[in-house]
Design a protein around this ligand. Structure first.
Ligand SMILES: Cc1cc2nc3c(=O)[nH]c(=O)nc-3n(C[C@H](O)[C@H](O)[C@H](O)COP(=O)(O)O)c2cc1C
Ligand code: SF4
Length: 609
């Protein structure tokens, strides 16, 4: 941009100028609304109403529509949040590593409460959903553009002094921002360096149809969770009629406990972009535009990713006539999310890319038929794009020979929690949970949550099971819990996550996820009965059946598994076997006693068993 970006600026005085410059830069395109809002906020620190009005007027959009978008994303602020906005990652693994105590310590030092902005409008501290640093937590995100892993009491003490002294975050100790890849077990994707452009050269030699055949032969299934066959997806998209075809890389990585895409984007970005370019080659001459949808929490990766894109343009690997092939024109843009887990769902992601609220679409039509702006669109995970390079280079049969018949190739796992060596582990599909636990140095393990809160919780009896679509499917998270952990706390944390992330579009999820948390809070408060546990079980069935998208359907998975496999963790919190109210009637009568001036035995509620 043509004007300086400051770390610490909440002045809205120059907002008109800032908004005008951002809008010009974005060609007054309403489809860029999320990016426009993000960039304006980057400069002003928050989104003053007059800036929102100016944006709505300039884009010729109803003000209510713009406000609707602003209100949808958690990283947009319509009131000042201080020059320092400090967000603590709040996954269960962060809690296990002491994040709550560190946050309380920072709040005490800065003399504020979580969620509050201090009276000088200098700083606010709050919790946010997992920021993808579980292998090196506890961690914080500052001003939505700096991440600090491996926090401890000493750093918190220094941080509070730096904030009070108003030292810009960019001038804080450099080593604080060092994020490690922690690659512990590389295999095909993490261990074989790709020569720049080599997969593209091989693709040109094979031709689009030949590449598609190899991908189909490989039986590669998407790594984003659902496991849809990549070859079939690309074929459907290629065949769908449209003036333009779109390639999207889903780098939203919001599933708590997953951080493999962060590492792929940090250290293997060329492979990701090369895979996207291969998809464009397969889709045909109409596929000229690609988008990488980067989660807002990974904003700090943006400059590095832009540098890689630029280098690829310089080398003829992106842009017009790629590798000299006339008509093979393709380029990639990066869009940044703004703190909404549901935007990882592919149709919600497309809505967000179009500048709207990230509400999942009704399907069909599927994105391969009508996706971004109605064009046939293929959406794939970061790891899926990395994998296709190797398939194009070595052939589909070679890939199909790795792993199991139904789950071919390798899979990257983000391992965190109670183990000695957290980090990335790449294994052929079919590897047992026990092998993975042994490799990462897990001891006395009680449970493993595979695939994040939406996935499966396995007890020790199941550690012989294998990671594969036909046994234990996964999008990549592998959180380990030893016997010191209360599995109720784990499920409670995940229930809070889903309630927090529900987009609110459909009632069963919006209300159901909140009711689940309320019931669990009731157990924590000591008012639980077996009836409440039964109700939680019923909620699982209801939400599976009645919700609009995968988020709501998966929201009770952790409850279902932990109630079935770790029931004592729930029963130890029950007050009775029968119904119990969620409050103490005697406590509720205290106001009446005060008003009437009575506190004798008869004025107290007598509980009879
Ligand atoms: C609530 C929700 C969140 C999701 N988040 C992601 C995500 O962060 N990354 C991802 O690749 N897929 C995510 N998915 C799956 C996508 O909808 C889609 O299936 C995937 O991007 C397709 O890519 P693939 O075929 O390469 O797996 C999510 C799905 C749901 C329901
Ligand atoms: S299930 Fe939840 S996240 Fe999905 S559309 Fe409904 S409210 Fe939104």
């Amino acid at each position: 941009m043509g004007f300086p970006v400051s770390d610490v600026s909440t002045s809205a005085d120059n907002s008109q100028e800032v908004v005008a410059a951002v809008l010009t830069q974005r060609n007054h395109d309403p489809h860029a609304l999320v990016q426009i809002l993000r960039e304006v906020q980057d400069h002003l620190g928050w989104l003053p109403r007059k800036a929102i009005v100016q944006i709505a007027r300039s884009l010729k959009m109803p003000l209510a529509d713009v406000e609707g978008v602003v209100g949808f994303y958690r990283f947009f602020h319509t009131t000042p949040v201080g020059d320092y906005r400090i967000l603590f990652s709040d996954n269960i693994t962060d809690r296990m590593a002491g994040s709550a105590a560190l946050m309380a310590d920072l709040c005490a030092r800065l003399n504020l409460k979580p969620g509050e902005v201090d009276k000088d409008n200098l700083v606010s501290v709050a919790a946010t959903s997992c920021i993808g640093l579980c292998d090196q937590g506890p961690s914080v995100l500052i001003n939505h553009r700096y991440a600090i892993p491996a926090l401890n009491a000493e750093k918190i003490a220094t941080m509070s002094e730096l904030v009070r002294a108003r030292v810009p975050v960019a001038q804080w100790p450099t080593e604080w921002f060092r994020i490690h890849d922690n690659i512990r077990r590389p295999d095909v994707l993490l261990g074989t360096p790709l020569e720049l452009g080599s997969a593209l050269q091989a693709a040109l030699a094979r031709g689009p149809h030949g590449v598609l055949e190899e991908i189909k032969k490989s039986n590669l299934r998407g790594r984003g969770g659902a496991g849809f066959a990549t070859g079939l997806k690309w074929e459907l998209c290629r065949k769908a009629a449209g003036q333009e075809h779109i390639v999207i890389c889903n780098a939203d990585e919001g599933e708590p406990g997953t951080f493999k895409d962060r590492v792929l984007l940090s250290s293997y970005a060329d492979a990701v972009f090369e895979g996207m370019t291969l998809a464009a080659w397969v889709l045909g001459g109409n596929a000229k535009r690609g988008f990488l949808y980067l989660r807002g929490e990974y904003r700090y990766l943006l400059d590095g990713l832009h540098a890689v894109l630029e280098q690829r343009r310089q080398k003829g690997l992106l842009g017009k006539a790629i590798l000299g092939r006339a008509g093979f024109d393709f380029d990639i843009e990066i869009h940044i999310g703004a703190g909404a887990y549901v935007c990882g769902e592919e149709s919600a992601l497309i809505e967000s890319l179009e500048g709207k609220r990230g509400t999942p679409r009704i399907r069909p039509p599927f994105p391969v038929e009508q996706g971004y702006l109605g064009h046939p669109t293929t959406v794939n995970n970061v790891e899926t794009y990395c994998a296709v390079n190797h398939i194009v280079l070595h052939g589909g049969e070679w890939w199909a020979g790795i792993g199991t018949r139904k789950s071919t190739g390798t899979k990257i796992h983000s391992i965190s929690g109670d183990c000695e060596r957290p980090g990335l582990y790449e294994y052929p599909f079919g590897t047992s949970v026990r092998t993975m636990l042994s490799d990462c140095g897990a001891k006395d393990t009680q449970a493993v949550q595979v695939g994040g809160p939406s996935g499966l919780c396995l007890s020790a009896f199941e550690f012989g099971r294998r990671i594969a679509f036909e046994d234990v499917p996964t999008a990549g998270a592998f959180m380990v819990f030893d016997r010191s952990r209360d599995m109720f706390d784990v499920a409670h944390c995940f229930a809070q996550f889903f309630a927090h992330e529900s987009c609110g579009f459909c009632t069963p999820c919006r209300v159901g996820s909140a009711l689940v948390v309320k019931r669990m809070d009731k157990l924590v408060a000591g008012y639980g009965s077996r009836y409440d546990v039964d109700v939680l079980f019923e909620m699982d069935k209801l939400m599976h059946l009645a919700t609009h998208c995968g988020l709501g359907a998966a929201a009770c998975n952790p409850l279902r598994d932990t109630i079935a496999k770790f029931r004592p963790a729930y029963e130890s919190k029950l007050k009775s076997l029968y119904f119990e109210p969620g409050f103490s009637l005697d406590d509720e009568l205290s106001i009446a006693r005060r008003v009437t001036g009575r506190d004798d035995a008869a004025a107290h509620f007598q509980h009879t068993e």
